[in-house]
Design a protein around this ligand. Structure first.
Ligand code: GCB
Length: 548
């Protein structure tokens, strides 16, 4: 639900920061600290903060003239655990780095002091889990801080809540929403000159058929749907599109769909877990240029800005939860399931009105070979279905035939590194194994298959003929062989190269297999193309990846 028509006070800019490596201090009333920029992770803003795996304190003094109504401190993403105090009074706390949350507050007229404590300690039961800062159960850097925008927002005493808007390619519009108390509700699609009066209600569902241009990667047409509840005005951008899953594959607006694209990360030099706007634009322009039509938000829900651009530029998104690296201990633990449900619910509610989001991925590479794992996946699926019954579900598996969670998925997704982690120098053998695996998975589950990861590390500027590991040539050749052989299988519904760009990862668990960054990007961390980029551009433009 878009609320930028409400009164807002933006808190981006320079704050003060104080590391608290033992996590024992109480600075909730104030401290001196050093300058830090928000929004961005703390790690790369100062080498002294880079490995700070525990607590950091933020402080901001600001002057404000608050309007009438309830006031909220909104974080679009901060973590891992965030607690805030306004003028010494505790506002509340939130666990999880990748979803939006808000804390009720009462700023006074004039000067106020906001203090935020961010605890980035990682534990076996955090989401995602790990044994410590450098020993994560996942392969990306555990940045800490206030990564996404933060602001004060006022809600009028009567206001809209929980807006959920969908539209299909035939122009069937569905709008669902609530008001915190009974009020006059009006829904408007201004571009079409349509207004619907819902009466005086506290809950409403509108179903109408309208004449529209469907949303697609080629023509990502968005309409603005406004809802007025009393004096409150909120809106969503609707894209009218239909996604269908058939045994042979996916359809978008009735036409066969082949997903071409990438797994990505929110990772950027100095900014850490925040990709600044100009870099997002560059990424999306490059992805268009290479012929991609989609990406997965590996391995956590991305920022509103990131997904806004996907809506606007016509990218199809597999929206993934931060449930990466789960094992038996997680599947047996009821309280972990509760946390997982919570984070999944927050993700779905935040992004379910986006046309770009065509599928949810509920986990990445769980150790899901048991009945407990299947039950866990099934419980998560029920939660999603209750909030949004319109989108198919998957999870990215590296357990292939042994994966029990795949049984509950609508689409099978596999991550495959034959020819890289099983390096023998023989590229043909790796590709053959990949094709065999996809064929077996298809035979067993009878569902469309997405290859959500494949690739090889390449150090930009390292070349060798004939191709050997770590060279740009080896990566390019491996990607070429995978794309050529897998895209000819009819039930393969898409190919996502791992990864769009090199990204930071800890040196712990994976030790010597990483050179500061994971180098499987087809562009470098500062977004310069490797050899594989050119190869991919030819492949994506040639192959029946187009919506036909
Ligand atoms: C995977 C993971 C991804 C890693 C990748 C790799 O299967 O899903 O997070 O980064 O492999 O490069 O090893």
């Amino acid at each position: 639900m878009r609320t930028d028509s409400r009164w807002r006070f933006d808190l981006s800019g320079f704050w003060r920061f104080r590391p608290d490596p033992k996590g024992e201090g109480d600075y909730s009333r104030g401290f001196e600290g050093e300058p830090i920029y928000v929004p961005a992770s703390w790690n790369e803003q100062n080498p002294a903060w880079d490995q700070l795996g525990t607590v950091g304190w933020y402080l901001r003094d600001f002057r404000v003239e608050p309007p009438q109504g309830d006031m909220w401190l909104v974080f679009e993403g901060a973590g891992y655990r965030t607690r805030a105090w306004l003028n010494g009074e505790e506002l509340g706390e939130h666990e999880g780095s990748f979803t939006k949350f808000r804390l009720k507050c009462s700023p006074r007229r004039g000067w106020n002091r906001l203090v935020v404590r961010v605890d980035n300690t990682i534990a076996p039961d955090s989401i995602p889990p790990g044994d410590g800062f450098n020993d994560t159960y996942f392969d990306f850097f555990h940045y800490g801080g206030i990564h996404r925008p933060v602001y004060l927002e006022a809600t009028p005493s009567v206001h809209a809540e929980d807006l959920f808007v969908t539209g299909d390619a035939d122009g069937n519009l569905r709008v669902e929403g609530r008001s915190n108390s009974e009020a006059e509700v009006v829904v408007e699609l201004r571009e079409l000159g349509k207004t619907w009066k819902m009466g005086v209600v506290d809950r409403f569902v509108l179903e109408q058929r309208v004449t529209v241009t469907p949303w697609s990667p080629e023509v990502p047409r968005l309409y603005s749907l406004e809802v007025r509840v009393g004096n409150d005005e909120v809106y969503e951008r609707v894209g009218f599109r239909t996604v269908e899953v058939e045994s042979e594959g996916l359809r978008l607006n009735g036409r066969k769909l082949f997903l071409k694209g990438f797994g990505r990360h929110e990772d950027f030099p100095t900014f850490g877990r925040r990709i600044p706007g100009p870099a997002l634009i560059r990424d999306f322009q490059m992805m268009k240029e290479v012929g991609a039509n989609s990406f997965r938000t590996s391995h956590y829900p991305y920022s509103d800005e990131h997904l806004d651009l996907a809506d606007e530029m016509g990218f199809l998104v597999i929206l993934e939860t931060p449930l990466v690296g789960l094992g038996e201990r997680h599947f047996r633990d009821r309280s972990f399931l509760e946390k997982a449900v919570n984070v999944t619910r927050e993700m779905v509610v935040q992004h379910r009105s986006r046309p770009s989001v065509i599928m949810y991925s509920l986990m990445n590479e769980p150790d899901s070979r048991t009945e407990e794992a299947r039950a866990f996946a099934s419980a998560l699926k029920d939660v999603v279905r209750a909030l949004d019954s319109t989108r198919p579900i998957t999870h990215a598996s590296n357990r292939f035939l042994e994966d029990r969670a795949t049984e509950v998925d609508d689409v099978v997704s596999v991550n495959m590194y034959f020819g890289w982690y099983t390096y023998s120098g023989d590229l043909e053998e790796g590709t053959r194994k990949a094709v065999e695996t996809v064929e077996e998975v298809r035979r067993k589950f009878g569902k469309p298959v997405l290859v959500t990861e494949f690739g090889a590390d390449a150090l930009s500027g390292v070349h060798w003929d004939p191709p050997v590991a770590w060279t740009e040539e080896y990566q390019a050749e491996m990607i070429r062989r995978y794309v050529e052989s897998l895209s000819s299988l009819e039930y393969v519904a898409g190919l996502h190269v791992w990864n769009f760009a090199d990204f930071r990862t800890p040196q712990g668990r994976r030790g010597p297999t990483r050179t500061v960054l994971n180098r499987k990007g087809v562009v470098t961390r500062d977004r310069q193309p490797k050899l594989a980029w050119k190869v991919l551009k030819d492949l994506f433009s040639l192959r029946g990846g187009e919506v036909d």
